[in-house]
Design a protein around this ligand. Structure first.
Ligand SMILES: [Zn+2]
Ligand SMILES: [Zn+2]
Length: 241
């Protein structure tokens, strides 16, 4: 079977299908711009240069689509470094840097606790896990995962309470109002600052996590993981939309 490359706009990703298995690069797109977020090459396609072919086809497609390119994905960044003929696509480099240095604030329900994040989230999406559901008393948690080093408590540190049911998630809340603020994930060294609390921040979800325990069905075309993507320590198993 010949390899197929396509721009799957429904799933917000470029796909390279090889022997029935799909390697992909996820993106966020607007009419003028595109941000390449993350690349996944399934292990069964490893060691065959698939990543490079996917990178090349993706950047060729970006060139054809004539969109200003921003790259968050480390793999694609490295690929452009090794293949400088694609460097000119990054003409908006300064814009990308300005975006990278952006700072957003989030506060609890009463405002006593305030946190600040810098840069861009590593992952953003929706979590359907039982823990989020029970802790939040809500069916879905809109998460934005930041490097823990990029998250600071800027006000009310003494009013921050922490509860953890598992070692994966240390959930932080305001002791005065009970409002949720964030959750530290020490194993991943990432911190989830609840996307709906971040002022001025646009939630740009790329996936649904823990969809296997969903309470509501969401048909938004984004990838649905039964638990977590492999790079977040999950099985990477996908569920239908
Ligand atoms: Zn509060
Ligand atoms: Zn969760």
């Amino acid at each position: 079977m010949p390899d197929t490359f396509r721009d799957n706009e429904e799933r917000n990703r470029f796909e390279l299908e090889v022997d029935g298995t799909i390697a992909f690069v996820t993106y966020r797109k607007s009419p003028e711009a595109i941000t390449l977020v993350h690349t996944e090459v399934p292990p069964e396609l490893g060691g065959r240069g698939i990543g490079s072919r996917l990178g090349r086809a993706t950047l060729d497609a970006v060139r054809t689509q004539a969109r200003a390119l921003t790259v968050e994905c480390d793999f694609i960044r490295g690929f452009i470094k090794k293949n400088p003929e694609y460097k000119d696509l990054l003409a908006q480099g300064e814009d990308a840097l300005a975006e990278a240095a952006a700072t957003y604030k989030a506060s609890c329900f009463c405002g006593a606790v305030e946190v600040e994040v810098t840069g861009k989230p590593v992952f953003a999406g929706y979590c359907h896990c039982r823990d989020c559901q029970e802790w939040s008393a809500a069916p879905i948690n809109a998460f934005s995962l930041w490097k823990s080093d990029d998250v600071r408590i800027t006000r009310g540190a003494a009013d921050v309470g922490t509860f953890h049911r598992t070692d994966n998630s240390y959930r932080k809340f305001c002791k005065i109002c009970g409002g949720h603020v964030m959750a530290d994930h020490p194993r991943m060294r990432l911190t989830d600052v609840y996307a709906n609390l971040l002022k001025g921040y646009t939630h740009q979800p790329t996936l649904h996590a823990n969809y296997g325990s969903k309470m509501v069905t969401i048909r938004d075309g984004l990838p649905k993981y039964r638990d977590l993507p492999a790079e977040l320590g999950g099985s990477g198993e996908m569920l239908p939309d």
